[in-house]
Design a protein around this ligand. Structure first.
Ligand code: PEP
Length: 244
């Protein structure tokens, strides 16, 4: 099981350092793997706090080139050097607000794998797509397009995050999430053969301490990507504890 906190564009420097310390203490006895993804400007400071603990460091984004004239961007090698282990790729907010295509996301996934980082590929459908009744095919196709050119999954993690459940307080039911995860698992097996079933599948979308256990009880849910609830160390630790 793996539980990652996505702090998005939240926290000041002091708050980020304090939150990282609190998460380190609150999850010290956890059995699940844990990670936090602070804003990129605080990665270094948070790296100091989590070093030597069981909390992994994650970035919220990356650019798929090693170096060069890419103003404002950060490379996989830079993230690795600062101590990152995880990198979110293709979060729905980046796809919707910043226009990231699945083709670009696929390059990010490949670049992370080449730099020995763990890409956390985010996929999910809109409410309109779900209401259209084809959500599982749409999301599996989005995942396949976001893995174009990736020959071997390495440490790849996939996060299913229904867009209508992110930051809305609406969570996919455990049955909806399980059905989607099963569909993604079978598509991953089509893509990667015997390496497919081992790929960790996280659920994200308004995961809270009071709904985490039921989600984690589903056979194809291997953890969570947590947004809002990860800004509270005690609540985040309760989600981590629910992961066993
Ligand atoms: C997210 O942004 O990845 C997320 C799951 O957010 P929230 O938990 O706030 O819905």
């Amino acid at each position: 099981m793996l539980v990652l906190g996505n702090w998005k564009m939240n926290t000041g420097l002091a708050e980020a350092v304090r939150l990282a310390s609190d998460v380190v203490h609150a999850t010290a006895d956890a059995r699940a793997d844990v990670g936090v993804c602070p804003p990129s400007v605080w990665l270094d400071a948070v790296a100091e706090r989590v070093r030597g603990s069981r909390v992994g460091l994650g970035a919220q984004n990356v650019y798929p080139e090693a170096s060069g004239a890419f103003t404002g961007e950060v490379s996989p090698g830079m993230l690795a050097e600062i101590g990152c282990r995880y990198v979110l790729c293709g979060h729905s907010e980046r796809r919707a607000i910043l226009g990231e295509s699945s083709a670009l996301v696929a390059r990010k996934v490949a670049a992370c794998l080449a730099a020995s980082l763990t890409p956390v590929l985010c996929v999910g459908e809109t409410l309109e797509e779900r209401d259209g009744g084809q959500a599982e095919t749409i999301v599996a196709d989005q995942m396949t397009a976001s893995l174009d050119g990736v020959d071997a999954p390495g440490s790849l993690v996939v996060a299913y995050e229904p867009v209508w459940a992110i930051g809305t307080g609406r969570t996919a039911s455990p049955e909806q999430a399980q059905a989607m995860h099963a569909a993604l698992r079978s598509r991953l097996t089509e893509c990667f053969g015997t390496d497919g079933p081992a790929i960790q599948l996280l659920y994200g979308g308004s995961v809270k301490p009071d709904n985490a256990a039921e989600l984690f009880g589903q056979p194809d849910i291997d953890g969570a990507l947590v947004g809002g609830a990860s800004l509270d160390a005690a609540g985040f630790a309760a989600i981590v504890a629910a992961a066993g």
